[in-house]
Design a protein around this ligand. Structure first.
Ligand code: SAH
Length: 350
């Protein structure tokens, strides 16, 4: 029996669906609103906390439904900037990582969308063991809820940039976004949500039509088809032209500026010629480029670009009036590239 197949995941339901569910099990519809508040506003860890819910209803919920509540396995806190990296265990024993970062403009959480990943990007630790499964909407939400409970602080920004390819788990992602931005829940602004994709073109187009105000980030990493292919196997399926056309389409449909992520790998994609190619590629697109010095993982031999190469690359872009920032390296002391904490545990067989 697969996880989640048998019982309804009550924390992934919309308020309307929860109302229908209450009626189905012979309860008053107003119970749905009460429950929904406990789930998504008061962020209850379990049914025990839900004081105004009768015991008889709690029993029905406990026997007929699953209630997602992630367990913290480990928290690493950066001594440099207070960034926290969380390792959570799911009900089936799988592990996921999330990161909490403090910025001047508010707190930000980076969540995972899958257990593992099947996209195979060459420099990424999350993909090494392949894909285990997609996360449910409630498992994505509860990474944020558990962090809010633990830190006691509000979260204003959410980035779906942890382990996994969000557009490879499309339906769950959409449900997650709708719940997270619901006024009866945490009510996070859609404009403060960023979804990062390696470039699954048909789902980028689909996302453009969902009437959302979220930011789409495309992992580019190579400015020509040949170069991108060497780092990202997904480029064999969706060529660079097609991916860029999908970005333009996303902007046309939503009016939202695209973010391009470009991880700088020493000697691979950080030359003047690469910078020139990047400028030509994004010419005329309303976009912002995030330059990320690659975080070397021990399973691969990629190295970071030298500091002066990073600055030079950025200057080249600026000369051509292309918006670019070098991503601040948060939690450098605890980091280990994305996915490394989970891998360390998985290897130890815990
Ligand atoms: N699958 C999605 C989101 C997860 S990865 C995507 O591909 O966009 C989030 C970002 O981190 C992506 O741009 C990814 O390419 C990048 N990344 C992964 N491993 C990295 C590493 N070791 N160093 C720098 N960036 C990395």
């Amino acid at each position: 029996m697969e996880f989640g197949e048998d019982k309804t995941d009550v924390k992934s339901l919309s308020l309307e669906e929860l109302q229908a569910e209450m009626v189905n099990i012979g309860e008053k519809p107003f119970r749905a609103k009460q429950l929904y508040e406990w789930f998504h506003k008061k962020l209850a860890r379990d049914y025990d906390e839900m004081r105004n819910i009768p015991k008889s209803l709690k029993e029905k919920l406990e026997s007929g439904y699953t209630y997602t509540s992630l367990k913290i396995v480990e928290v690493q806190t950066s001594q440099i900037d207070g960034t926290k990296k969380y390792l959570f265990s799911l009900a089936d024993g799988n592990l996921v990582e999330s990161v909490w970062m403090q910025y001047h403009h508010g707190n930000s959480v980076c969540i995972s969308s899958q257990v593992g990943c099947r996209m195979g990007c060459k420099f990424c630790a999350s993909t090494i063991g392949g894909l285990e499964r997609g996360l449910t909407p409630s498992e994505m939400l509860d990474q944020i809820y558990a962090i809010v409970r633990d830190t006691g602080e509000r979260v204003s920004n959410v980035v779906v940039m942890g382990t996994g390819e969000p557009l490879d788990n499309y339906d769950s992602l959409l449900r997650f976004i709708r719940l997270l931005t619901d006024e009866n829940g945490l009510n996070i602004s859609q404009r403060n949500i960023t979804v990062s994709t390696c470039g699954i073109v048909e789902n980028m187009k689909r996302l453009a039509g969902e009437n959302l105000q979220i930011t789409l980030a495309l992992s580019l990493h190579g400015a020509t088809q040949e170069k991108r292919r060497t780092l990202m196997p997904i480029a064999d399926k969706y060529g660079l032209d097609e991916v860029i056309a999908a970005c333009r389409y996303y902007f046309e449909k939503t009016g939202r500026r695209i973010t391009f992520e470009y991880s700088l790998v020493g000697g691979v994609n950080d030359t003047d010629e690469d910078a020139e190619n990047l400028c030509s590629l994004v010419k005329g697109i309303n976009c912002h480029i995030n330059l990320i010095p690659v975080n070397p993982i021990k399973e691969r031999d990629f190295v970071e670009s030298a500091k002066e190469n990073v600055m030079r690359f950025k200057e080249k872009l600026e000369q051509r009036h292309v918006n670019a920032t070098v991503r601040r390296e948060m939690g450098r002391d605890i980091d280990g590239a994305c996915g490394q904490l989970r891998r360390r545990y998985a290897k130890a067989g815990r």
